[in-house]
Design a protein around this ligand. Sequence first.
Ligand SMILES: Nc1ncnc2c1ncn2[C@@H]1O[C@H](COP(=O)(O)OP(=O)(O)O)[C@@H](O)[C@H]1O
Ligand SMILES: [Mg+2]
Length: 340
Amino acid sequence: MIINMNVSIKEKTQIENSHPSQLYETDHSNEYIIEVQDLTKSFNGLKAVDGISLKIRKGELFSLLGPNGAGKSTTIRMLTTVLKPSNGDARITEYSLIKEKSKIKPLIGVCPQENVVFEALTAEDNVEFVGRMHGMNPADLKERTKFLLEKMNIAGRKKATKTFSGGMKRRLNLVMSLIHQPQILFLDEPSAGLDPQARRLVWDFIKELKNTGMTIVLTTHDMIEADALSDHIAIMDQGKIIAFGTLDELKSGSSNGNILELSFSTRKALIKAKNTLTQMKNVKSVKEMQNNKLTISFSGGIETFKQEILPNVDSFKSLHFREDSLEDIFLKLTGRGLRD
Ligand SMILES: Nc1ncnc2c1ncn2[C@@H]1O[C@H](COP(=O)(O)OP(=O)(O)O)[C@@H](O)[C@H]1O
Ligand SMILES: [Mg+2]
């Protein structure tokens, strides 16, 4: 028996090795579980989503990162069949969003930006209601409901969910979105309104889900969240995808230098430094932050710092060098901060 198994594995390997191109073709066709083509949504002439194209790999965590109003929720609402696109299409698994939306619905789970819970029901009843709609077997449904609510720290509460805090409702909504083990899970701002502890819990949970092979598409305006969770990030602004890649690719693509943060004791000192820095050739951008802090992006490395910046900027309180963050990348691309 064991010998037979070894032989068959060896044979299989030889077969695979002898047809590399064929294998690659097969893998390639399965690689992208979502392909978005020129997707557009207009509201009274305003293009909330303006011809975006994207490919999302099976089993990855894909983030749409952008400021409020960028078009993230509208994109999610189209991809989850809630909203009809004005133009374009997407292939989700093997189905066309435009032509086969009823085939897509059972394969996906959605946690919308605004919580949708039945406030008169308990958490269990909310989840089980959704599970029954998906036709789940009652015994499996009970077991999975208990397991997931325990994970989210909201199990065993017998009260109606109208007594729940916003953060508890958010976590309940998350459980409701994935009770039926969807192939693809869409999370629109999953951690919005959560305290840091609950946010950590949700992040760990999302990572665990990804490890089970689920494809996860999330939106966020929080670069730390995108940074912590994503395999690929699409940065969205004013309805368009303005950058795409892994975190490392985004950082190396944007690398026009170093980031220096200077803190000042007074705003007067900050303004003086800002005026001086803005005129320097090697300084790409100077952005005023909270707490009398300037973020300076410059080229030329330590030499620029020693020869130009240091001799000309005095009276700063502290300084800090760092790598580009997603916030810096967004700033370079748009001239605005993510949180502006
Ligand atoms: N149903 C709607 N009717 C009219 N305008 C809308 C509607 N939904 C969204 N918008 C507009 O589309 C733009 C993108 O919104 P949205 O997709 O919610 O952005 P995000 O989720 O990135 O914050 C915004 O300007 C918003 O006001
Ligand atoms: Mg939104």
